[in-house]
Design a protein around this ligand. Structure first.
Ligand SMILES: CC(=O)N[C@H]1[C@@H](OP(=O)(O)OP(=O)(O)OC[C@H]2O[C@@H](n3ccc(=O)[nH]c3=O)[C@H](O)[C@@H]2O)O[C@H](CO)[C@@H](O)[C@@H]1O[C@H](C)C(=O)N[C@@H](C)C(=O)N[C@H](CCC(=O)O)C(=O)O
Ligand SMILES: Nc1ncnc2c1ncn2[C@@H]1O[C@H](COP(=O)(O)OP(=O)(O)OP(=O)(O)O)[C@@H](O)[C@H]1O
Ligand SMILES: N[C@H](CCC[C@H](N)C(=O)O)C(=O)O
Ligand SMILES: [Mg+2]
Length: 488
């Protein structure tokens, strides 16, 4: 049983009206979830101001309200707490309410534009292989010792996140690996958490709809490292232009990885083909099942984290050598008869698309064509659309622009955005087919034996979101269907 005073521990207070010596039943940032004796935290959101729902939460039983502005009319028997940032307070309150779970686990966070899911998933798989009980918080799914809990965000809101971490503690986990999105840092979903380690993968164009400028986006990611304690470690990719900036103001122990220069964790690719990567990591030669240079970076980051967590280098490399990546990341199938290669990948940023197409280019053995099916999400950063259109055309032989979660937007408008700015030479290369299933089928039927079809943008996703409704859709399923047809 916890009181309001217990969970206010470490929350910077401006004013309190009413008693804090009251037993509370939970913490909520959504008034609709308030119930008897819960604490409602009013957060100013992107769409709406949570302060508007204070009375609604009290009607549903909230016994205390944490807010940035005290309401002029206060209700009898309700405690009002004023604080500078309720988003920050929500994290700390949730952490206290759930028994400070991040202190009972070794929590490692991964941030960066691309590679978070891959790195966090590899860490989870590695530590399971090393014999530990672990948890994972990721875009694809959350996992507690093998048990899957569906995921709604890359990084859940502070309440769901702390509840999940508590469940990990209750189920005996020693380690937890989580993705830390820039939205989560900016919205303080991670406030109050104690990380033993943090990793940076890279930063490139994405989410400018939300952060407005690239500098703001960098600042959001950097704030994660700025908040680490001196007992934590921070590992960065020094081949990324912003790699060192990320660690500029951190109190944590600074470590680096690189494929190009001297670093604490130094890798060198010896072979890079469809059967995997052969590389040296700090002079040890190892074969990995993962494909592509970008995965060499992900593997270095994972190795660095494992060694920093005190694991045996040999055992780490042995486990990693057998590990496969995350679902829908360079996920490939070969058609039985024509040997067409279909690759389903979650590349949904210009940089990820360049990387995956560069990897494919290196895998080509002769004159096989590369046919790319790609779209851009609706209600998301519009400035990446023409860039992704251009990247796809520049690095593929043929391209089909199609829909990728149009959400509330008109799919044809998104396709138009992708087409603007394409050079004349590219215009002969592409067609637009808004229906994603039709687009994938067309690409596969256009393919000659041994050609490569890249289906980019949705990876593991099992839906196509149109006007607020998620319709079942699975890129891999459509590829399989088409391969079966070809085989008849
Ligand atoms: C743009 C964005 O990040 N939005 C997130 C944000 O919502 P918001 O600021 O719009 O909230 P709001 O609707 O304005 O409401 C403000 C407050 O009022 C409360 N409210 C609202 C209505 C009501 O009746 N009662 C009530 O109390 C809300 O609970 C909220 O606390 O806070 C919500 C609660 O934490 C999130 O669920 C929501 O994620 C939306 C659904 C989303 O799509 N987010 C994406 C962009 C996202 O977060 N993505 C990143 C990954 C990005 C990457 O690839 O790196 C992620 O971590 O998943
Ligand atoms: N280290 C990397 N550098 C660049 N691109 C990468 C890297 N790792 C993966 N990718 C590419 O980016 C795509 C997304 O990878 P992943 O899901 O691991 O990233 P993420 O950061 O979790 O993305 P999200 O923010 O959407 O959850 C992959 O499908 C692949 O094409
Ligand atoms: N975490 C990213 C995922 C994008 C995936 C893509 N399929 C899309 O829907 O745009 C986002 O929410 O922006
Ligand atoms: Mg992810």
């Amino acid at each position: 049983m916890k009181t309001l005073a217990d969970i206010l521990y470490k929350v910077p207070l401006k004013a309190v009206s009413g008693s804090t010596d009251v037993v509370v039943s939970g913490v909520q940032i959504d008034s609709r979830k308030a119930s008897n004796r819960s604490v409602f935290v009013a957060v100013k959101g992107v769409a709406i101001d949570g302060h508007k729902f204070i009375d609604k939460a009290i009607e549903l039983g909230a016994i205390a309200v944490v807010c940035e502005e005290l309401p002029s009319q206060q209700k009898e028997g309700v405690t009002y707490v004023q604080t500078e940032s309720t988003a920050e307070a929500a994290g700390i309150l949730a952490h206290n309410f759930y028994g400070q779970p991040s202190q009972k686990l070794k929590l490692v966070g991964v941030t960066g534009t691309n590679g978070k899911t891959t790195i966090a998933t590899l860490l989870y798989k590695l530590f399971i292989c090393l014999g530990y009980q672990c948890g994972l918080v990721s875009t694809v799914e959350n996992i507690i010792n093998g048990k899957i809990i569906p995921s709604t965000h890359t990084t859940p809101d502070a309440i769901s996140l702390n509840a999940l971490l508590k469940q990990m503690v209750d189920e005996g986990c020693e380690y937890a690996f989580m993705e830390v999105s820039s939205h989560a840092v900016h919205q303080r979903r991670i406030a109050g958490l104690e990380f033993v380690g943090a990793l940076f993968s890279n930063i490139t164009h994405d989410h400018l709809d939300y952060h407005k400028t690239f500098d703001e986006y960098i600042k959001a990611k950097k704030a994660f490292f700025d908040g680490l304690s001196s007992s934590a470690f921070a590992i960065t990719n020094i081949d990324d232009k912003r790699g060192l900036v990320m660690l500029q103001n951190t109190a944590a122990k600074k470590l680096s990885y690189s494929l190009r220069s001297m670093a604490d964790f130094k890798g060198k690719i010896l072979e890079n083909g469809l059967s995997g990567l052969v590389m040296t990591i700090n002079d040890q030669e190892v074969h990995f099942r993962l494909i592509g240079e970008f995965n060499a970076y992900n593997l270095l980051a994972v190795y660095g984290a494992a060694v920093s967590l005190g694991q045996d280098k040999q055992e780490v490399l042995q486990c990693l050598s057998n590990t496969t990546g995350a679902e829908g990341r360079f996920d490939y199938t070969v058609s039985p008869k024509e040997k067409v290669i279909a690759i389903v990948d979650y590349a949904h940023t210009p940089d990820a698309l360049i990387n995956v197409l560069a990897t494919i280019k290196k895998l080509r053995q002769g004159n096989e064509q590369v046919i790319t099916v790609v779209g851009c999400g609706g209600d998301r950063d519009k400035t990446k659309r023409p860039v992704m259109g251009e990247v796809a055309c520049e690095h593929s032989d043929k391209v089909i622009f199609t829909s990728d979660n149009p959400r509330s937007e008109d799919p044809m408008e998104i396709l138009n955005d992708m087409e603007t700015g394409l050079p004349v030479s590219a215009k002969r290369k592409y067609i637009a087919i808004a229906d994603r299933k039709q687009a994938i089928k067309t690409a596969i039927s256009m393919a000659q034996p041994e050609d490569i079809v890249l289906v980019a943008g949705k990876g593991h996703e099992k839906y196509q979101e149109i006007n607020g409704v998620k319709h079942h859709f699975d890129d891999k399923e459509v590829v399989q269907e088409m391969f079966e047809l070809l085989n008849k």
